[in-house]
Structure formats: C-alpha cells, structure tokens
Design a protein around this ligand. Sequence first.
Ligand code: COI
Length: 333
Amino acid sequence: MKVLIYSAKAFEIPFLEKANRNKHQIKFIEDRLNSKTAVKAVGYDAVSIFSADEACFLTIEKLKEFGIKYIALRSVGYDNVNLNAASRLGIKVANVPDYSPFAISEHAVSLILTLNRKIVESNERVKRYNFNLDGLVGVDLNGKTIGIIGTGRIGSVMAKIMNGFGCKLLGYDLSEDQNLIEKYQLEYTSLTNLCERSDIITIHVPLNSDTHYLLNEDLLSLMKSNVIIINTARGAIIKTEDVIDALKNNNIGALGIDVYENERGVFFKDRSQEVPDELMLMQLNAYPNVLITGHHAYLTHEALTRIAEMTFYNLNQWEKGIVSENELTDTSD
Ligand code: COI
C-alpha cells in the first residue's frame, strides 16, 4: 500500500526503511500532520504519525475525504488521535504498545540520578575549572520511598530498577500487579497516600480524561517539600502552572520532565535561532532544580527498531485484511 510518513526524523528513517520488507510505497515528510497538512495524504492508503501530530476530528475528517483508511502510530501514546472520529469514519488506527519499557524507565532513572546528585551543575563547574563542592549534596537512594504512578509495562520496569537501588516501592494503579507485590514488596496505595509518603514520584500512566492534570495543586500540597517528581509520560498529566507555583514556594525538591504540557509544535525541532515564546517552559528552565529533556526517553536503538518493526507489522496486517492486535478501539461512549 501507499504510506505517507508524517513527522519523519532523519534518525528514524533507516529503521523504518529496513522494517519495510513488504515494500510498501513509502514517502517520508518532515511536516506534522494537522488539518492543514492532511491534504498531503491525497493518493495514499495510510498515514504513519507520531506524538507531535494532531489527528483531531477535523484532521481525521479530511484524511477520510482524501481516501486514507489506516493510521499507523509510531508511538505507544495515542492521546493525539480522536479515536471516536476515526471509528465513526471507518479509519483503522493502531499503535506500538510495547517497544521498550526499558528505554523510558532507564531515562526516568537518569533524570532522578542527575537531579539528586546535581550532575549538570557539577559538570558545569568542572568545565569552568571550579572544583568547589558547596551545594552539591544529594541523598542516598537506598532506603528512600519511590511512588510509581502507573505500574504497567514501564512502571513495572521502574519498580525492578528502583528495587535494585534499595528503594521502598509504593504503587498506584487501577489494577494491581501481584508479581510486583511478591517480587519487590511493592505496596499499592491511594494516590494521596503515595503523594504524602514518597521521596520520589514517577509518572507512567497514559494521558486521558482521567489523568489530565492528575498532579495538580491539591496533590502537590501533600508532597514532601524535598520530593523529586519525574514525568516521562505526557506533559498534561502535571498541571504545569501549579508545579511552577510549588517550585516558587520551595514546596518540592526537584522536577525532571521529558514531556511538557505545550510541547506540541515546540519540541522535536531545532528552534535555537527563534525567540523563545513558551513562557511556562522558560520559567521551568530558570530553576536549577528542574531538568528538562526534549521527549527523547524513547531514543534507544532497540526502541527505534521495534517501533519501526511494529509500525510495518500493523500495516502488513491491514494489507492482508487481518485485524492487527494493536488496533485501538474507541472507548469514549
Ligand atoms: C510514545 O511512545 O508515546 C512516546 O511518547 C515516545 C515517542 C515515540 C513519541
């Protein structure tokens, strides 16, 4: 089939080309999918999109009008796709549900370690030939309590790693994983209790109407004043405005994020020659105890390989008229 690959990045193209063993006619474009760029899909059977693309109602209507039958996501998250519109218009959508929980959780751990041991500041000092150690004191992770919000694929790898550090594990999820309780003595608790007791809080839930602004002023006010908050999931799970207030008032210890509430249209591009206008991001950047990476937790060789393989697996299944097990169903009704 003919596939238009939106938001294609140079680093992922070789992985995608290699995975295209069934020789679909593919075209890579840098443009993000939105209601304006949907017209580029005229003449194609399928589009492949990424987290920065906007498959909103209007975009999906246009894709339908232009003959698109399939949307193959190159991500696990699908909060950028209006599944209700896709299902009503008969467009099939599939994601890549399990490309590498290690990539994401290892990145979350690197944010924790970097913030706790003040690695960025230490390195900057050394580069300036300043070997003063004042202000670089961290804590042992051993014996500390980590609260894992979402104990699915990524959260459970996080549990395994942090158990290795000697941390006490708290978990919050709608369903409990018995394996984590038995293997790592993870204790499931309420979200409020997790927020009250944790020294580190790490988020591993998808963004949906239940998790939007899940961490807001109310929960932030319960946390320990030295808590380290980590978000590698989706920006809007934290209400950024409220976390900025908490930072301002010294109510939290540190914040490490790979995702940001308003990242769509900002991240994934070199904007170093532009005048920055994302105000909350600029405010966050001003804090020495805030560490931001540009949504690159997934960037490992293994994850990129599997994303490419699974994207083409979904397309191959559709071409054969088979329902892919990664097909997403709309549960909004
Ligand atoms: C996801 O998989 O949902 C990510 O956030 C990583 C990236 C492939 C967009």
